[in-house]
Every structure is written in structure tokens, then in C-alpha cells.
Design a protein around this ligand. Sequence first.
Ligand SMILES: [Fe+2]
Ligand SMILES: [Fe+2]
Length: 226
Amino acid sequence: MYGNSASLAPVNIFTPSGLMNLGYDSLSPMHALWLLDPDTRTHSYRVAHIAEKMGTGLGLDGTTIDDLKKAGLLHDVGKIAVQSIVLKLGKLTVEEQDGIIWHPIYSGIILSKNPRFSTPPITRAAEEHHERNDGGGYPFGKRGDEISLGGKILSICDGFEAATSRIPMRNYNHLRSGDGHPLTVDDFRQVVMADNGKEYDPEIAGVFIERVLGDREFLRTLCLDV
Ligand SMILES: [Fe+2]
Ligand SMILES: [Fe+2]
């Protein structure tokens, strides 16, 4: 049971009771993943927080922002299907690297099975969070406006979190410094300014620079040095 429609109203997902009100207790794949891999839990909370900030910065309506938060919190849930790779210590084989690129599809499948998260703005954002504006991303290789608004937003929120986090995430080393250390906020600003629509949608990137990277108070809530 997922409760009645009244409980579908937006709630604060950043509290344990908020999660329960949303029916996250029924999302066993997410809980299993977060127990196995607490780093992904931390990453997911931060991505949701940044996605909410982006939604506000873009002037989106409350429902769309709520969907963005949910998608941010759950975008990597599909890693549960490739958990042996995600949790492996040490270098990945080529086959394992190929395997991990399917996690966004698994995220979409898992979310589509739960009525609270099965709407396209949420499932597509999760499926598309590793796509690139130039078509060089994965798993579909979608480009430009083939990628949903939520997918474009999550892509840059996810990239920023993974690049600047003290905790390194699998498959994000290309976003970090040569020795794998996290980027500073200024480093990431330079990366986005030089991107020119390759990885990120230019309009979304512009808003990200102004509304997220330009808000020191917000960045401090992420415990980033600014
Ligand atoms: Fe991911
Ligand atoms: Fe992620």
C-alpha cells in the first residue's frame, strides 16, 4: 500500500519522517543500496539538495521542484543491480566498466514500479543523469533536447557533487583532478565555463553558475570551502 492521495502532497524529504511519508519505506532497493553503500546515500542527498536549488533558480513550479528532489534522491538506485561492481575495491575491468553504465536504466525500471515515482519527469531524469549535451553520454547517447529538463538538471548537479565531494565516486575520475582529488568550487566553475555545450546544456549551465556556484551561503550548507 502506498497511502492515499492526500499523502502525495509535497513534504520535506530531507527528514526521516518525510522519507517515510513519501513511502520510501517501500523502496527496498534504495534502502538496500544505501545500507551497502553509504557513500551513495550521502551523494544522493546532496544531489537532491542541489537539484532543489536549481529548480528554484530556474523559477520552476513546486511540483516540478518536488519531482527534481525525488529524482535527485533516487537517481542512482539502479546501482543495486550492479552492486558487485559498485562495491568492488580496486580497479574495474573493462567488462565491469561497461556494466556500470546500465545503472541509470535500472534506476528508471525500479522507479517505474512505484506509483509515487513512476511519472516521466522522475523516471526520465534518473535514466538521463549521465547523458551529455553533445550525445557522448550514456546509456542512450541522447543529445540536446532529446534529454528532458530533469535529465539536464540532474546531470550538472550530479557532476558537481561527484567532482567536489570529498568522497570519490566510481566513474567520475574524469571530473576530478589528475590525482583524483576533489575540485574546488572555482575549479568546477572554470570547467563549466569552458564546456561550451559539450557536457552540459548551455542554458542550464549558465543558471548553475549564477544561482548555485554564485550562492556562497548555499555552498556552505554543502560543507564546501568558499
Ligand atoms: Fe549515476
Ligand atoms: Fe549520481
